[in-house]
Design a protein around this ligand. Structure first.
Ligand code: AMP
Ligand code: MG
Length: 648
């Protein structure tokens, strides 16, 4: 997947001295270093110096938070102390739309850990339009303050639409009782509230804008979702959730997915798809005894290596437990492939290098055999003890997967490992929502408005295909109480819930309200176990695409699998592909390998998100950039592989 697009930052130096003599300023360079240390996440697009004057500060901040050249983040430095003319906090607070006390708290506690003089700074933070603004102290302490929050800032910065998808939220599950006042208290040391993996999707062809947060719920309510009790006339008409791009969403999903749990499992075929939670050491040598590699005769090699001549067959060693009679110089023992060498034997002559000389009287057994070999060395045709695998050596590592091909199970079996520690695999519940949804196999014709449940069977199958247990949670109706009850019951049975539908902007789209209001979702406090819930779009193609993009990585994190998510490979377009002007897209495609060994991709056809047929035969999602006009035949793009590649 492509790297996260850069966030734009601006640095505003507030200092009358520096405004008169820019060479007096050292903080711009210092702060640039902090941004650069984030490995390309930030582009410091703007920097300016203004004197300690409220109007000058405000004018610059407004300019940088509006229009085409606007930035995601502004840091000011200077003017936050107690001296005359230290007016930056006041200048900034006056124009902020929304304060962000969590950022202030984080900055203060970081710099207080360095010096008590941090008390002498009066920082503020908040959002103007969609730009996050924080005030850093002057040169002293500016660096620590910025470093204290910079890792979290990308999540606080609301960005422009980056992709078509809607993803989920995480519900806290260990305590289901609604907790009045669970939400963040101003100034408490919690994450900024708008810090959860919601994004809002736009289906193809309808583009409602992303205005600022329209708040109909009562002041002080911390929920972003609609309050279902207010009805359609008071719902929000544009999504209040910050639009995330895919890499940021995946980072949040990883952050909020519970760590994998370890279990002890018997080594059997149930283990296929599991990830080892331990290094595994060979309990035994393979082979456990000196064994013949061929069918032939075990011999004691004389010092000259010449074995030509006729020998009595004095013993037999079959591939079976038990010891053969020891062998002396001048005797040979018939031996089969894989059988243990008799004591005293030093080499094995292949049956092809021998001639039968005489038999027992009843003709049932060999008495004498002529060997046709000279130049025989010791240890020929013998597998030494531990020559395949030495006892005590590491045969598998933590994090490796037990594949269904059998290689790993075979290895564990060979060395006598009967139990291993693995990461437990989550059980995944799949729930459809919507009053219009009926069982897919409902006999007869549909009534007006009814829709056959496409998503549940699709997702149950996809979950199982990727090696996880899937539980059918049925269909929930669009009633707040019903949905809540179904989700609560569901979480008693499963570790992760995937729902589809109910995440659009209609007044009956209850998933977010229910998760936030009834289940206490999106709040990540304390160290309780959380169980993730992914609320995917209702449109079948979108549901399956978002499953692969967002749910699968979480299932992989939960089960200790790394790298998480579907693998990505470069492929060549075998025809022109249309692009969307406004946003990057995941184009459903069929990737095949040609006789030249190169991978090529063709579209599965119309990509409208309701078009379920576009997933049939798709084995890849092509990462298409946004753009005018088509991407031409021969162009190379990344393909996320959701199923095996077939030959052309
Ligand atoms: P919603 O997110 O509930 O607004 O649903 C968006 C679209 O997806 C609507 O046309 C729904 O009827 C459709 N839809 C929702 N769930 C399913 C499902 N399980 N199977 C097929 N279509 C669905
Ligand atoms: Mg619906």
């Amino acid at each position: 997947m492509s790297a996260a697009p850069q966030l734009r930052a601006a640095i505003l130096i507030v200092s009358t001295t520096a405004a008169n003599d820019p060479s007096a300023d050292a903080s711009e360079a210092t702060l640039r270093q902090v941004f650069e240390a984030e490995g390309g996440k930030w582009d410091v697009a703007e920097a300016a110096i203004v004197p300690d004057a409220t109007t000058r500060i405000q004018r610059q901040l407004k300019r940088w938070s509006k229009g085409a050249g606007k930035v995601n983040l502004i840091v000011t430095t200077g003017g936050t102390g107690f001296a005359q003319g230290d007016d930056t906090p006041e200048a900034v607070s006056e124009i902020l739309d929304r304060p962000a006390p969590g950022l202030v708290h984080a900055m203060l506690s970081a710099s207080l850990a360095v010096t008590p003089f941090a008390m002498m700074s009066r920082p503020v933070a908040g959002v103007l339009n969609e730009t996050v603004i924080i005030t850093l102290p002057g040169s002293q302490g500016a660096r620590e303050n910025l470093e204290a929050v910079i890792k979290t800032l990308p999540h606080a910065c609301l960005k422009r639409p980056a992709q078509t998808l809607e993803l989920s939220t995480l519900a806290e599950s260990s305590d289901w009782r609604p907790k009045p006042g669970y939400h963040h208290k101003a100034g408490a040391a919690v994450q900024p509230h708008h810090h959860h993996p919601h994004s809002h999707s736009h289906g193809h062809g309808h583009g409602h804008g992303h205005g600022g947060l329209v708040r109909h719920t009562k002041p002080g309510s911390e929920h972003l979702s609609n309050d279902p009790s207010l009805g359609p006339s008071r719902r929000q008409r544009a999504s209040p959730y910050p639009m995330l791009d895919v890499p940021d969403a995946l980072a949040l999903i990883e952050e909020h997915t519970p760590r994998p749990k370890t279990v002890t499992s018997a080594v059997n075929t149930q283990l296929v798809g599991s990830i080892l939670a331990q290094d595994v050491v060979a309990r035994e040598n393979v082979p456990a005894f000196r064994a013949s590699i061929v069918d032939g005769y075990a011999v004691v090699v004389p010092s000259d290596g010449n074995m030509k001549g006729t020998y009595p067959v004095t013993a037999i060693s079959h591939a079976a437990p038990g010891e053969a009679k020891p062998l002396k110089l001048g005797e040979i023992a018939r031996i089969t492939t894989g059988a243990p060498l008799p004591e005293g034997a030093t080499s094995v002559i292949m049956v092809e290098d021998t001639v039968l000389k005489s038999m027992t009287d009843d003709g049932s057994e060999e008495r004498e055999v002529e060997l046709l070999a000279d130049g025989v060395k010791e240890d020929e045709n013998i597998r030494e003890v531990g020559s395949d695998i030495k006892q005590g050596t590491k045969i598998m590592s933590k994090g490796e997967k037990i594949s269904g091909v059998g290689g790993e199970l075979g290895l564990l079996a060979a060395v006598g490992v009967a139990e291993v520690e693995t990461y437990s695999r989550p059980v995944v519940g799949v729930l459809s929502t919507g009053d219009e949804i009926v069982e897919h196999d409902k006999p007869g014709n549909l009534r007006l408005g009814e829709v056959r449940d496409t998503n549940r069977i699709t997702l149950l199958s996809a979950v199982r295909q990727w090696g996880f247990e899937a539980v059918d949670l049925g269909i929930a109706r669009d009633k707040p109480g019903t949905l809540e009850q179904v989700l609560r019951d569901g979480f008693r049975r499963v570790d992760v819930i995937i729902t589809t539908g109910g995440v659009s902007m209609g007044e009956l789209d209850l998933l977010k309200p229910t998760i936030e209001r009834a289940l206490g979702g999106t709040v990540h406090f304390g160290r309780r176990t959380v169980k993730p819930i992914f609320s995917l779009p209702g449109n079948p193609a979108s549901a399956l695409v978002t499953f692969h993009l967002f749910v699968l990585p979480s299932l992989h994190h939960l089960s200790g699998q790394s790298p998480a998510g579907v693998p990505s490979v470069p492929v060549t377009l075998s025809h022109d592909f249309p692009l969307d002007k406004g946003r990057p897209e995941y184009h459903r495609a069929c990737v095949s390998v040609g006789r030249d060994g190169l991978l090529s991709a063709s579209s599965t056809g119309g990509q409208r998100s309701s078009k379920v047929g576009s997933m049939k035969t798709a084995n890849a999602l092509l990462c298409m950039p946004k753009g005018e006009g088509p991407l031409r035949t021969g162009h190379v793009v990344q393909a996320l592989l959701i199923a095996p590649i077939q030959p052309l």
